[in-house]
Design a protein around this ligand. Sequence first.
Ligand SMILES: [Zn+2]
Length: 133
Amino acid sequence: MPADFTFQQYQQELTDGRLTATVCGKCETYTTPPQAVCRNCGGTDTKITEIVKKGTIRTFTVIRVGPEGTQPPYIVALVETQDGPWVMGNLLVTDPGKIGPEIIGKEVEISSQVVKGDIYAIENLNVLTFSLV
Ligand SMILES: [Zn+2]
């Protein structure tokens, strides 16, 4: 991975509509967000790439008491992307309080939205969001 690829660049890629990863030159495993070391084999021959913004819900939780500035209930889900790495983000649904285990295994499209910084995060950040297909 180019040593000069920064978290801010990852954030800009999300703003521009791309989900950036690294792909390992040795075992071809994708890792996102990009990391200098392969999550599978520990190899360091990694390159920046873009992965498909689709995946499958593997698990989730309903946040009923959220941090300052949030509007619970909302759903945080783990999604296995089509290219392999799992990502965490917010599942966008109209009535999060009524979501149950039936959503596990459902296909989603991955996007992102800006979340305003709070006392724990000094800047606004793009977080991943999932929409049921
Ligand atoms: Zn590897």
